[in-house]
Design a protein around this ligand. Structure first.
Ligand SMILES: [Ca+2]
Ligand SMILES: [Ca+2]
Ligand SMILES: [Ca+2]
Ligand SMILES: [Ca+2]
Length: 389
């Protein structure tokens, strides 16, 4: 299920003055004086993108907007093909629909959105164009392929996701974003034969495409659940009558908990400051969460009127990490997935448990060290390090 939680978190103005942004930029230039600088003219609504400032994407763009050679697969509900902020970066030839029973459908419109604008929002965060209108994505010069894996009823069945992962590997994609869990089980238990078979099948597709060079990034999920200490679940199967059942740590949220996948938790801005805390809805878990990214009240592209809107969810956090991975691949085209993943963690900025542990966020408290804890994993993703290291 694609999980978007529109929460009325504190109504806050996200606007930063253009003046303070340019002052920040000027100050930062001293930090890497030997790197060639380019003047970056912000797109009109960049001031509302607190998320991009928080991960230093604005400063990264003074070095590069990413390479045209890099291709990101958006495994989601489709990308609005004629949205003016997305159209320049959509790779039509590599876009595909996987929701026809998991077979490859390359028809011209098969991969476009039907009942959901989730994928359109996710795509804008990864790579909305720098074109003088609207917003700018994390990697505004990379290419994106729509890999439609969400059917018209909002479900992502195993064969759709397997088709998507295989396609990504076949087409040589650098990165995929996966803001969903595979239906109808929120957790697939390896001590149940039929569920174990699905974990195995999806896992093989992930492993195969990773070997082909694709880095897979996925949302941690929106159940405020501690993925490191699983006890019960009452949400599955979600396409018939859910049953409350006892689960254990061998029951996996897939694809996010598969071994080679980058697992992303969501953070929210505190007031209008540059401080953040774990989003109330975000899943967490020591040694499960790899990195954190902004995921609350994220402004991005939507289908209605080719416009813009706010959405919240780990679905919105994951594409920030996919975008940073795309910037990293732009700078280091030869890096294998393991290296990219190791560097995403190493370059992330530490987010210690304190003072977040005292926040009003429900669910398990934060445990672990500043460099690896249950809320932020190895820390907040860092777009600037990705392009200068
Ligand atoms: Ca449109
Ligand atoms: Ca734009
Ligand atoms: Ca992981
Ligand atoms: Ca850093």
């Amino acid at each position: 299920t694609v999980a978007v939680s529109e929460r009325a978190e504190q109504a806050s103005t996200l606007r930063q003055s253009a003046r303070s942004r340019s002052t920040e930029r000027a100050e930062l230039k001293g930090e890497f004086a030997n790197t060639p600088q380019k003047y970056v003219k912000p797109d009109p609504r960049e001031g509302e993108q607190w998320d991009m400032a928080h991960i230093k994407a604005d400063h990264a763009h003074e070095i590069t907007d990413g390479s045209r050679k890099v291709l990101v697969g958006v495994l989601d509900s489709g990308i609005d093909a004629d949205h003016p902020d997305l159209a320049p970066n959509i790779d039509v030839n590599n876009s595909v629909n996987c929701t026809d029973g998991g077979t490859i459908d390359r028809s011209p419109t098969g991969w476009q959105p039907t009942t959901s604008d989730h994928g359109t929002h996710v795509a804008g965060t990864i790579g909305a164009a720098r074109n003088g209108i609207g917003i700018t994505g994390v990697a505004p010069n990379v290419r994106m392929a729509s890999v439609k894996v969400v059917n018209d009823d909002g479900f992502i069945y195993p064969e759709y996701a397997i088709c998507g992962f295989m396609w990504a590997g076949l087409r040589g994609m650098d990165v995929t974003n996966n803001s969903y869990y595979i239906d109808p089980f929120e957790f697939w238990c390896q001590d149940q034969a039929n569920q174990a078979a699905v974990v195995e099948a999806v896992g093989r597709a992930v492993t195969w495409s990773t070997k082909k060079g694709t880095v897979h990034v996925a949302a941690a999920g929106n159940s405020a659940y501690d993925l490191s200490r699983k006890t019960t679940n009452a949400s599955s199967p979600n396409d018939s009558t859910p049953i409350e059942r006892t689960i254990n740590n061998g029951c996996l949220d897939i694809p996010t908990e598969l071994p080679e996948v980058v697992t992303v938790s969501s953070y929210a801005q505190i007031g209008t400051s540059n401080e953040t805390q774990l989003s109330s809805f975000s899943n967490r878990g020591k040694n499960v969460i790899d990195v954190a990214a902004p995921g609350s009240r994220i402004l991005s592209t939507i289908v209605k009127d080719n416009g813009y809107g706010l959405k919240s969810g780990t679905s919105m956090a994951s594409p920030h990490v996919a975008g940073v991975a795309a910037l990293m691949k732009s700078k280091h085209p030869g890096w294998r997935p393991a290296r990219v993943i190791q560097q995403l963690k190493a370059q992330a900025d530490e987010r210690p448990c304190a003072p977040q542990q005292t926040s009003s966020s429900p669910g398990a408290l934060c445990t672990g060290s500043p460099s690896n804890n249950s809320y932020a994993g190895h820390g907040m993703i860092d777009a600037l390090d990705a392009v200068r290291r």
